[in-house]
Design a protein around this ligand. Sequence first.
Ligand code: ADP
Ligand code: ASP
Ligand code: MG
Length: 432
Amino acid sequence: MKNLKVFKFGGSSVRDAANVKNVTSILQSFAGRPILIVVSAMGKTTNALEEVVGAHANKTGKAFDLLNAIRDQHYRIMAELFDPGDEVYAAVNDQFVAVEWVLEEEPHENYDYMYDQIVCVGELVSSTIVAAYLNKIGLPTSWLDARDVILTDEIYREGWVQWEETVERAKAKAQPLLEKGGFVLTQGFIGSTDSNETTTLGREGSDYTAAIFSFCLDAEDMTIWKDVPGVLTADPRLFDNIVKLDRLSYREAIEMTYYGAKVIHPKTIKPLQNKSIPLYVKSFIEPQGEGTLISSDVEDHYPPMVAVERNQALVYISTRDFSFVAEHHMSVLFNHIANLRLQVNMMQNTAISFAVCVNDIDDKVERFAQQIQGEFKVMIDRQLELITVRHAQPAVLENLRKGKILLMEERTKDTVQMVVKNVQVLDWKEVE
Ligand code: ADP
Ligand code: ASP
Ligand code: MG
């Protein structure tokens, strides 16, 4: 669609009433232009909803209390934005009641399915509140249910987008709303299956949602509004001496985010690259700033960039009879890895052992170990970090290794990856 812009506002940009007002003041300067807005759940709502899911699954008796605390938090935000009689309260309440219905049932046997039916409420209420506030201040905004557009397969918590149908549905549902004039506002992170069951696209998936809409509707450009001035050479929460990158190629952005630069969801870039849609990363705190422009045709000349992935586990696997870990073993191991959807970040094969570095989430690593223990000897080292450096310089690497034990390293032309253990993590007493 001609002149369409897609904006994504993440959790921190709408974490409280003052921030919602800030977002709407940014949007005010785009009044009258076709904009599709994607919003995430407010602040850390998704984390809080994950606790509701856990409490329900484990029948701790706390699920309703945890849900009520989330509802209260949203009511406090609404109280600062709307008059007491505003119809937004009923709309938001209805969305929470839908979750109560889930909690009144026995926990569903498919945890991931149940997870999606509960956590989706974060984006639903957030989008309802922001759209209502935009309308209240005189910026006409249509609320669009992203589940009517984004069709996924039935892999809950990690739905795969069915592109053809999604493009068709975006044209049928979103385009007419945009042509009507005013903004269209929808939820990040959520989609639905063929049989109208809610799915989610993976944690932090709202950036990806914005890219899906940009692709389907041929947006002119897309902007992700963040609490940082743009893409930086490393996470400012972890490092000093970082600088903003003014421009990045799609390729470099894919590499950085794939290796764990938390500023953009890794799946975001590819759909944009396929249609040459420029992506801006800008600050919602200083919206006038230039931000970072991600596009094609950028000269590949970058300073060192660092990404850190925490919660890594190294699984060392050897055969019980000291034979080599050979091809047929690999196929058994990778079968388990694929079935568990264990994300492999690095691996190394030596004469007698195979070591694999994976994301240590939920109980996947334990389950993997259990499944292969009959056939293999397994050792697991946890609480590790995977540090990736693009365009490394020796001094940078030396600095990064300080206070850490290097367990595995891999170098390719532009990338150095290290699996490390922080010295402080070692519990010497237990080792004795
Ligand atoms: P959102 O509110 O959209 O979900 P996030 O909190 O997920 O935003 O992402 C923004 C955060 O990403 C920043 O506050 C920053 O700490 C972190 N971050 C990690 N790596 C980078 C990087 N290379 N450049 C900028 N920010 C980064
Ligand atoms: N609310 C979801 C999450 O926290 C999606 C997102 O914020 O991108 O993971
Ligand atoms: Mg986020």
